[in-house]
Design a protein around this ligand. Sequence first.
Ligand code: PAF
Length: 272
Amino acid sequence: MTATIHTPDELARAIGRPGRPDRSDRLSLVPTMGALHEGHISLVRAAKTLGAPVVVSVFVNPLQFGPGEDLATYSRSLERDVELLEREGVDAVFAPSAETMYPSGPRTTIQPGPKGAILEGASRPGHFAGVLTVVAKLFSLTCATDAFFGEKDYQQLVLVREMAADLNLPVRVHGRPIVREPSGLALSSRNRYLSDAEREVAGVLSRALATGSLDRARSLIDASSGLDLDYLELRTPELEEIPAGYTGPARLLVAAKVGTTRLIDNAEVRLG
Ligand code: PAF
C-alpha cells in the first residue's frame, strides 16, 4: 500500500529516517572565521558538552564582506587557531580555500527574509546573504546535527535560526552568551584593530547597553566623543519592532565606528 503523508514528522517515520538532529550519529559544528578568541573557545566548550564529535570551521568568507570592508586585512592565524583547538580536544578543523568553497563563484545563494535588511543589513547590503550561504554550505558539508553561534552577532543568530526553520534544515542552532573583557568590551576578532585610546572609547558601548534602557544608553553615547554611532535600537528577541505596551524580554543593539573599526554589541533588557 502506498502511503500518502502530509507532515515532516510523518514523512520521517514513513521513510524510516528520523529528522537529522535526532539521528544517532550526531556531530557539532562551530563555524568561525578564525583569529580565535575566548568567545570562540566558549562555543567549542559548549559544543563539547553534547558529547558528539566537534568540528570547527575556519574560513574567512569573501561573500559576506562588502566593497571597502576588511576582507584583505582580516586577521588570519590558522596555525595558532589549530593549536588552540587541539588543546580544546576538537576532532577536526575544516579550513577550506575560497576556491574549494565557491568553485563556480557565488552562483546559487541564500537570501535572508526581511530581517536581513535592518540593523547590520541596512549598513552592510548583501552581508547576510553571504553569511547564510556559507553557513548552509557548512551545514551540508558537515551534516551537523548541532551548530553553535555567539550572541555577539545577534542578528546573524536570528537569521541562521530562521533559515534552519524556513528551509527545514535538520540542525539545532544553539546561541551562546557574549564573552566580554573585564572592561565590558565584547570580544571580537576586530578588537585587535583598536589602539589603547580607542579601546577606552569602545568601552562606552557595553556601558551604554548595561544601563538597560534605550534612553539612558543614548544619553551616554551622545555624551561621549570618538564614537560614530550607526544605530542604537531596541527590538523584541526576534528582532521585530517593539509593539505598543509590550512587556517582557527585549534586545538593545548597537553599532558604531571607533576610528576606522566598526563594532557591534547587544544585550538583553526587560521591558515593563
Ligand atoms: O560569525 C562569524 O564568524 C561568521 O559570520 C560565520 C558564522 C563563521 C560565517 O562566515
